[in-house]
Design a protein around this ligand. Structure first.
Ligand code: SF4
Ligand code: SF4
Length: 288
């Protein structure tokens, strides 16, 4: 099975999928109605027996022993397909400003924009649906497939989980980590990741980097953007983000239920918008 075929099929699904456009039933404000959440995807493949899965990710300074290999999620697994859905310019632009949406709660204009929050909630629903459709695609082709993050065995412990979409995308050649801990792809880090494990044999994508932080320039823009002071460039790329501070800030940013269906939306993402790695690999490290 060819990756190009899957890529075209996924792109068509994204461009025509209803869930990729904010509808009047869920929009928190009239300006959000009709806004497209995601651009066309980036897709990569990793071999299920890649040593990153079987060794590296299990090390305690990476993810840790709770990480489950593709084989543990799907016996007989041969490939892992990872995808990145970049947010559209409209969604990204909305979160660049610090003054776009005052909510009158003391944190005020450092809140996420409504469109960014839609990207987190409705966008994640779209990613989940896409994972299921991708599984169905393989199953209809006579293979087996599973989306680990949607299975009951998926679990989160502290700031780690037994299946990490960003790490899977790194293994599948989609990009490298940044100081803010997002994954910098050739379409930047503002967007969302998903993945599926299958026993279909696909050719792995070449990883065009030789270190986990190759695309981060350590420019410090994400540190300057962070309203919580969670990022410290002096501590280096691997240690420079304090997950506790970030998590507390994001949890503290719970909004009142709003929008027609009363969903409570929260988030931040200020370190992913208005930075050189928002929508591409920073120019200083780009090779073409
Ligand atoms: S803003 Fe600069 S320092 Fe922060 S992750 Fe992006 S490239 Fe790295
Ligand atoms: S998500 Fe917000 S609080 Fe967390 S590191 Fe990024 S900017 Fe800081």
């Amino acid at each position: 099975m060819e990756l190009e075929f899957i890529e075209k099929w996924m792109t068509d699904t994204i461009e025509n999928g209803r869930g990729n456009v904010i509808d009047a039933e869920t929009a928190v404000s009239p300006e959000c109605v009709g806004v497209r959440i995601f651009e066309r995807p980036l897709i990569g493949v990793a071999a299920a027996d890649d040593p990153l899965f079987t060794e590296t990710f299990r090390e305690s300074h990476v993810i840790g022993p709770l990480f489950r290999t593709p084989e543990e999620w799907l016996p007989g697994a041969k490939s892992v397909i990872a995808f990145f859905l970049p947010f559209t310019e409209e969604v990204r632009r909305s979160n660049r400003s610090r003054t776009d949406e005052p909510y009158g709660d003391g944190i005020g204009n450092q809140r996420s924009s409504s469109l960014w929050l839609h990207g987190r909630i409705e966008g994640q629903r779209f990613v989940d649906a896409l994972c299921l459709v991708l599984c169905t695609f393989f199953i209809n082709g006579g293979y087996h497939a599973a989306a680990p993050s949607l299975l009951p065995e998926f679990r989160v412990e502290g700031f780690n989980s037994n299946w990490s979409e960003r790490h899977i995308a790194y293994a599948a050649g989609l990009g490298t980590f940044g100081l803010s801990r997002g994954l910098i792809t050739e379409k930047g880090m503002a967007g969302r990741f998903g993945s599926v494990v299958t026993d279909a044999a696909l050719t792995p994508t070449v990883r065009r980097y030789d270190s986990a932080f190759a695309y981060c320039t350590m420019c410090g823009a994400c540190q300057r953007r962070c309203p919580a002071g969670a990022i410290d460039r002096e501590r280096g790329c691997a240690e420079g983000k304090d997950q506790q501070i970030c998590g507390a800030y994001v949890r503290g940013s719970f909004l009142q239920p709003h929008g027609p269906n009363g969903i409570v939306r929260y988030g931040c993402g200020k370190c992913q918008a208005g930075v050189p790695c928002e929508h591409g690999i920073p120019r200083a490290v780009r090779t073409s």
